[in-house]
Design a protein around this ligand. Structure first.
Ligand SMILES: Cc1cc2nc3c(=O)[nH]c(=O)nc-3n(C[C@H](O)[C@H](O)[C@H](O)COP(=O)(O)OP(=O)(O)OC[C@H]3O[C@@H](n4cnc5c(N)ncnc54)[C@H](O)[C@@H]3O)c2cc1C
Length: 296
C-alpha cells in the first residue's frame, strides 16, 4: 500500500514526487508513455529559472534522477480508472495499486486535424515531436502545421536538419513570441504559408503529399513528413467522478478537487498559464496538500 500515488511523470508529477518523498510519504509515480511529459520533447527551454538554455530531455533527466534518488517508485502503465474509497484503488492495465491519496498530473495531449487517413499516417509521415522524429527527415522536405510558439520552435529546429520546411498556419500572422518570429523569418529554407489550411493527406503506405488551401486556391505540396503543432486537449479520461470545466480540464482550487484526498496538478487542471514553472508549482502545492491530508 502506498501513501501517495502520482499519475503522470511530467514536470508536475515529478515535482510532486520530490515533495512527497521528502515529506516521508511512500510514493509511486505511474507514467503511461515516457518520463518528462511534454517538455522531454522540447529541443530548447530558455525560460526555466537557473538555466539560460537547456534541452527538455536534459531537464527531464535531472528531475528524474532527483526523484529516483529520493526512493520514489516509478511504474510504466496507463491508469484507466480509480475507485474512490478511504483506501483508494488505482487500476493500471492488469494491475491494481492501493493508496491513501492520489495526485493526478496527466497533462495534455496533442490535437489532430481529424482529416481522412490521419491515424494511419501517424508515425508514417505524421508526427508531433520534432526533436524525437526530426532526424528521419534529414535533407528532406517537411511541413509544420500551427502558428504558436511550439510550431515555430519546431520549424526552427527542423530547418537545421531538413532541406525545406513549410510552416503552414491558418491565421494571418504567427502567434508566437517576437524573438521566435524574428528568428524564423530569417531562415532561408523556411517558407511560411499564412491564411492556409491543410485539407487533405495523400499517400499510400506513408504520407507523400498534402493539399493546402489558402484564400485563393488549393495546391498539392510534396512533403516527406508533417509535424502537427496545433495545440493540446486535456488528458482527463481516467474513470472517476471528478468535476471538470466546460472545456474538459479538471476543475480545482489550488489543486484541491471535489473528492477529498484526490488532487490535480499541472496542465490537466483549469488555469491560465501552462508552462514548466506553473506545473512544478502545482506539483509542490498538490504534494503539500496530500501530505496534510495524510496527517488527518
Ligand atoms: C514542444 C513543446 C515545447 C515546450 N516548451 C516549453 C518551454 O520552453 N518552457 C515551458 O515552460 N514550457 C514549455 N512547454 C510546456 C510544458 O512542457 C508543459 O507546460 C509541462 O510539461 C506541463 O507539465 P505537466 O506535468 O502538467 O504535464 P505533461 O508534461 O503533459 O505530463 C503529463 C504526463 O502524464 C502522462 N499521462 C497522461 N495520462 C496518463 C494516464 N492515464 N496514466 C499514466 N500516465 C498518464 C503523460 O504521458 C505525460 O507524460 C512546451 C511544450 C511542448 C509540447
Amino acid at each position: 500500500m502506498y501513501d501517495a500515488i502520482v499519475i503522470g511523470a511530467g514536470p508536475a508529477g515529478l515535482t510532486a514526487g520530490i515533495y512527497l518523498a521528502r515529506g516521508g510519504a511512500k510514493t509511486l509515480i505511474i507514467e503511461k508513455e515516457s518520463i518528462g511529459g511534454q517538455i522531454a520533447s522540447s529541443p530548447l527551454v530558455e525560460n526555466y529559472p537557473g538555466y539560460k538554455s537547456i534541452s527538455g530531455s536534459e531537464l527531464t533527466d535531472m528531475f528524474y534522477d532527483q526523484v529516483v534518488n529520493l526512493g520514489v517508485d516509478i511504474e510504466i502503465g496507463e491508469v484507466k480508472s480509480i475507485e474512490d474509497r478511504k483506501i483508494k484503488k488505482v487500476f493500471v492495465d492488469d494491475n491494481v495499486y492501493e493508496t491513501k491519496t492520489i495526485i493526478i498530473a496527466t497533462g495534455v495531449k496533442h490535437r489532430k486535424l481529424n482529416l481522412d487517413g490521419e491515424d494511419g499516417f501517424i508515425g508514417s509521415g505524421i508526427h508531433f515531436c520534432a526533436t524525437c522524429d526530426g532526424t528521419f527527415y534529414k535533407n528532406k522536405d517537411v511541413a509544420v502545421v500551427g502558428g504558436a510558439n511550439s510550431a515555430v520552435i519546431n520549424s526552427i529546429y527542423l530547418s537545421s536538419l531538413c532541406n525545406k520546411v513549410y510552416l503552414i498556419y491558418r491565421g494571418k500572422d504567427l502567434q508566437c513570441e517576437e524573438k521566435l518570429k524574428e528568428k524564423v523569418l530569417n531562415l532561408q529554407n523556411v517558407e511560411i504559408l499564412l491564411n492556409s489550411n491543410v485539407i487533405k493527406y495523400l499517400g499510400v503506405d506513408k504520407l507523400e503529399k498534402i493539399v493546402v488551401k489558402d484564400k485563393i486556391c488549393e495546391k498539392e505540396i510534396k512533403v516527406d513528413g508533417l509535424f502537427l503543432s496545433i495545440g493540446m486537449d486535456p488528458e482527463t479520461s481516467i474513470k472517476l467522478n471528478l468535476n471538470k470545466t466546460d472545456n474538459n480540464y479538471y476543475d480545482s482550487v489550488d489543486t484541491l478537487t471535489n473528492l477529498p484526498g484526490i488532487f490535480v496538478a499541472g496542465d490537466c487542471r483549469n488555469k491560465e498559464v501552462r508552462q514548466v514553472t506553473t506545473a512544478v508549482s502545482d506539483g509542490t502545492v498538490a504534494a503539500v496538500n496530500a501530505l496534510n491530508y495524510l496527517k488527518n
